[in-house]
Design a protein around this ligand. Structure first.
Ligand SMILES: Cc1cc2nc3c(=O)[nH]c(=O)nc-3n(C[C@H](O)[C@H](O)[C@H](O)COP(=O)(O)OP(=O)(O)OC[C@H]3O[C@@H](n4cnc5c(N)ncnc54)[C@H](O)[C@@H]3O)c2cc1C
Length: 471
C-alpha cells in the first residue's frame, strides 16, 4: 500500500478519476502479454500531459516509490509487471498526433497513440512509417520505442530505432529533457535518443517522440513459396540475401504454424508443407518484377514445391494479416503459449531452425517456429500448460539451450521483445560481465535510486550456462 500522503499528492495532480487504488485497477495492471508472471502494483496513475508526468515523478522520487511506465502491456518479456509494487503509469491519455511536418517529413506524437492508428494517419497523407510490429493494432508508439520493436517490414526498412529522431522524456526526479529533433544529422554530444530507444522504461518516461517518415513505395508484390523440407526454406532465406536482394518482408512459418494460421484465417494454405516463406518486395514496378523473378528462381533451386503470387492487393493483405495472427492462432492450441525471439545472423537461419527442432525433441516439448527470418529473428513458440510444472520446466530448459545455441551461432537472446524480466538471467551470456557493469553505470546515472522499472533488464544473478550439445 502506498503512503497515504503520496496517494493524495498523486490524486491532486491528475484528479481523483485518474489515480486508482481499487483492486480492479491493480489486478488489471499486474500482468502483461507474458505468461506466468504477475505482481500487484500499489496504485495506477493516468497522466494527461508532460507537466503531470513531471509532477508525478517528483512525488515518486520524494517518497522513494517505484514506477512502471505502461503503454498497452502487450510486451512479451514481463516488462510492465510491477515486480516491486509501486505505481504503474498508463500513457493512454497522452495519445495525440501533435504534428505531421510535410516539409521535414516528420511526425511528432505523444507516446500513448496506438501504432496502427498512427500508421493509418500518415498513410492517409501519402507518407510511410515502416515499423509494423504484429501487435500494432494494440501496441503504443511509446511501448514500441521503449522496446525498439521490429515488424514484418524490418528487413528492408529497419526497426523503430531507425525512425526515432527526437524525444522528450521525464527523468526520475521530474526533470524534462529533449533529445535530437527534426534533424537528419545531429552529433551534439552523446546520442541520448538512441540510448532511450530500447531502454524498457528503466531510464526515463518518454512523453513525446519525433519520428522520421518516408515516401511510400510505388508498388508491391507478395508471394508464397512452399516447401516439403524446412531446411530448404531456411536456406532460401540466406540465399536471397546473398543474391543482394533485400525483400520488404521475408517471413517463415513452419508446419504447425501453417496449420493453426490456416485454421484461424481460412486461407486454404497446404497443410502438408513443412514450411512456407511469405515474401514481399516493394519499390518501382520494374525492380519489383525483376526481384520477384530472381527470388522465385532461388526458391525453386532450393526445392520449393511451388510458388504463388498474390493475385490482388486484398489477397496480399490477407496473407500478411494471417502471418501477423500467428501468435494468436498458436495460442488456441494449449492453455499457455510462450513466444521467444532468438536471433542469429541471416546466414545461420537454417542452422538455428535445425537447432530449435533438435532441442525441442530432446526435451520432449512442442515448439513451433515462425518469424522474421530475413532479419534472422525467429519466434520459437512453445505451446504448453502452466499447470504442468514438469512440462514447464522442460520448456524453460529448452529455451535456455535455444538462447545458448543462438549466441553460439553469433546471435542474441532477443531481437525485438526486450530483456524485461524473463530474459534478464541470460543477458550476461550476450554482453559479458563488463557489459553488464557498463549498462548498470548508465542506469545509475539516469536513475540513482533505482525507481524506474526495478527488477528489469538486470537479474540478481546470471543463469548458469548450459553445456552445449552439438549435433
Ligand atoms: C500478438 C503479439 C504480437 C507481437 N508482435 C510483435 C512484433 O512483431 N514485433 C515486436 O517487436 N514485438 C511484438 N510484440 C511485443 C509487443 O507488442 C511490443 O513489445 C510492443 O512494442 C509493446 O507495446 P506496448 O504499448 O504494449 O508497451 P508495453 O507492453 O506497455 O510496455 C513495453 C515496455 O515499454 C515501457 N514503456 C511503455 N511506454 C513507455 C513510455 N512512454 N516511456 C518509457 N517506457 C515505456 C514499459 O515500461 C515496458 O518496459 C507482440 C506482442 C503480442 C502480444
Amino acid at each position: 500500500m502506498l503512503n497515504p500522503e503520496a496517494s493524495n499528492k498523486l490524486r491532486s495532480i491528475v484528479g481523483a478519476a485518474y489515480y486508482r487504488e481499487d483492486m480492479e485497477a491493480l489486478v488489471a495492471h499486474s500482468y502483461d502479454g507474458t505468461p506466468m508472471l504477475q505482481s500487484l502494483p500499489d496504485g495506477v496513475v493516468y497522466p494527461a500531459s508532460t507537466e503531470e508526468v513531471s509532477k508525478i515523478m517528483a512525488v515518486l522520487a520524494e517518497y522513494g516509490i517505484p514506477l512502471v511506465s505502461r503503454g498497452s502491456g502487450s510486451n512479451l518479456s514481463g516488462g510492465t509487471v510491477p515486480l516491486q509494487g509501486g505505481v504503474v503509469m498508463v500513457m493512454h491519455r497522452m495519445n495525440r498526433i501533435l504534428e505531421v511536418d510535410l516539409e521535414n517529413l516528420t511526425a511528432t506524437v505523444q507516446p500513448g497513440i496506438i501504432t496502427a492508428e498512427f500508421i493509418a494517419h500518415v498513410e492517409s497523407l501519402g507518407l510511410f512509417y515502416p515499423p509494423d510490429p504484429s501487435s500494432m493494432r494494440i501496441s503504443t508508439i511509446g511501448g514500441n520505442i521503449a522496446e525498439c520493436s521490429g515488424g514484418l517490414r524490418g528487413l528492408k526498412y529497419g526497426t523503430t530505432k531507425d525512425y526515432v529522431i527526437g524525444l522528450e522524456a521525464v527523468l526520475a526526479g521530474g526533470e524534462v529533457i529533449r533529445t535530437g529533433g527534426k534533424l537528419m544529422k545531429d552529433v551534439a554530444g552523446y546520442d541520448l535518443t538512441k540510448l532511450l530507444v530500447g531502454s524498457e522504461g528503466t531510464l526515463a518516461v518518454i512523453t513525446e517522440a519525433t519520428l522520421k517518415l518516408i515516401p511510400p513505395p510505388k508498388t508491391k508484390k507478395t508471394m508464397l513459396a512452399m516447401y516439403k523440407d524446412l531446411y530448404g526454406a531456411a536456406r532460401t532465406v540466406s540465399r536471397i540475401i546473398e543474391s543482394r536482394i533485400i525483400p520488404a518482408t521475408l517471413e517463415l512459418l513452419d508446419n504447425p504454424t501453417i496449420r493453426v494460421v490456416d485454421d484461424f484465417a481460412k486461407l486454404g494454405l497446404p497443410h502438408d508443407m513443412e514450411a512456407i516463406l511469405l515474401i514481399e518486395q516493394d519499390g518501382d514496378p520494374e525492380a519489383v518484377e525483376r526481384d520477384i523473378a530472381v527470388i522465385a528462381d532461388i526458391c525453386r533451386s532450393e526445392a520449393a514445391d511451388r510458388t504463388e503470387i498474390a493475385a490482388t492487393p486484398e489477397e496480399a493483405l490477407k496473407l500478411l494479416t494471417a502471418r501477423r495472427s500467428a501468435f494468436t492462432a498458436l495460442a488456441r492450441l494449449r492453455p499457455t503459449t510462450i513466444l521467444e525471439d532468438a536471433t542469429v545472423p541471416r546466414s545461420k537461419i537454417a542452422d538455428m531452425v535445425m537447432e530449435i527442432n533438435r532441442i525441442a525433441r530432446k526435451h520432449n516439448v512442442t515448439i513451433c517456429t515462425f518469424g522474421h527470418a530475413g532479419d534472422g529473428n525467429l519466434h520459437p513458440t512453445a505451446t504448453t500448460d502452466a499447470r504442468d510444472q514438469d512440462e514447464v520446466h522442460r520448456v524453460e530448459e529448452a529455451f535456455a539451450e535455444i538462447f545458448e545455441a543462438a549466441i553460439r551461432l553469433g546471435g542474441t537472446i532477443t531481437g525485438e521483445h526486450g530483456v524485461g524480466t524473463v530474459k534478464a538471467p541470460y543477458l550476461e551470456w550476450k554482453v559479458g560481465e563488463a557489459g553488464i557493469d557498463m549498462m548498470k553505470g548508465v542506469k545509475a546515472a539516469f536513475d540513482p535510486h533505482g525507481l524506474l522499472n526495478p527488477g528489469k533488464v538486470f537479474a540478481k544473478s546470471a543463469r548458469k550456462r548450459v553445456v552445449l550439445q552439438h549435433g
